[in-house]
Design a protein around this ligand. Structure first.
Ligand code: DO4
Ligand code: MG
Length: 300
């Protein structure tokens, strides 16, 4: 029986099942349904938007069971954009020994784009994110991430926590990759809100907080209206001289940064809310220096 269309929100969700680590589904009211012909996000991102939307619209009869995981595929690439909000520019200038580069990139035509994560370094909601054991200060970066197919079309929005070792990047911007790419440095989720389900994404609110025990040690709010670049511009630069055969996820930068005296500690809980998109919640653990020698990496 075909599903009757109601006003209930539908999301693209990825679940971990007995057969698949990253199975794409359509989520409605907490249930997950198979999408005809596509098994993974990568399958979906190989299709033009209108073809994927038509398959997504048909989903709703075959229920699938599993646990919600990050909305990615095993071969997904997650990229980041930086210094795309005034608050990010000001925070970098404050923390950096070399502040001019941030002012220059904020004003330049070409955005800062960097490789952030693979599936192996990414967790979903209600999983642990890491702070580097060799960092003195670490912060969450609450960001809207965009899902782009191989044809550069925007498919949907999700939330990314672009975890950052603040003092490592502050010491020298050339340490950016070490500050941003390590085990547990990236959280994405909880699900993807399809772009056709959102009336107007240009001013969605973004809120974040850090809880320590029963206290909120930091909270802040911004809006996508403060983003200094358009999604179209970021996508255009990301796809220059690059091919993305299975699409890409691009986190569009943070507009809220904790003050210099706030640093994440093991046990903290980071919650990020984006209007119409959802809530991403992650507990913070310390990523040990010898992580490579541990048997069960995710037991950290
Ligand atoms: O320039 C460093 C990275 C900045 C960033 O990740 C952000 O602004 O979100
Ligand atoms: Mg960031």
């Amino acid at each position: 029986m075909a599903q009757t269309k109601t006003s209930t929100s539908a999301f693209i969700a990825v679940i971990h099942t007995a057969a698949h680590q990253y199975r794409i589904t359509k989520s409605i009211n907490g249930k997950y349904f198979a999408i005809p012909k596509v098994l993974t996000i990568s399958d979906a991102l190989e299709l033009p938007l209108n073809e994927f939307k038509s398959l997504f619209d048909q989903a709703g009869t075959e229920e699938i069971f599993g646990s919600l995981t990050a909305p990615i595929a095993a071969d997904s690439e997650i990229w980041g954009a930086g210094v795309t909000y005034q608050r990010s520019r000001d925070a970098r200038k404050e923390e950096s020994g070399i502040p001019d580069v941030y002012q220059l990139v904020y004003e330049a035509d070409r955005p800062e784009l960097f490789f952030k994560a693979t599936a192996r370094r990414t967790v979903g909601t209600n999983s642990n994110v890491g702070i580097r054991a060799d960092a003195l200060t670490s912060v969450p970066e609450p960001e809207v991430a965009i899902i782009i197919n191989k044809y550069r079309e925007l498919i949907g929005l999700t939330i990314c926590n672009d975890m950052t070792s603040r003092n490592i990047e502050g010491e020298n911007p050339l340490y950016l990759s070490q500050a941003k790419i390590y085990h547990g440095s990236n959280a994405v989720g909880p699900m993807i809100r399809p772009i056709w389900e959102i009336n107007d994404y240009t001013a969605l609110s973004i809120e974040a907080k850090i809880e320590r025990g029963t206290n909120i040690v930091w909270q802040a709010q911004t809006s996508l209206a403060q983003l200094n670049r358009s999604f179209t511009d970021l996508i255009e630069y990301l796809f220059r001289c690059q091919s993305f055969p299975v699409g890409a996820i691009l986190s569009t930068g943070t507009g809220i940064v904790p003050p210099l005296d706030i640093s994440l500690q093991a046990g903290d809980v980071v919650t990020i809310n984006v209007e119409e998109v959802g809530e991403l919640v992650n507990k913070v653990v310390t990523t040990p220096i010898n992580i490579n020698e541990l048997e069960n990496l995710w037991a950290m």
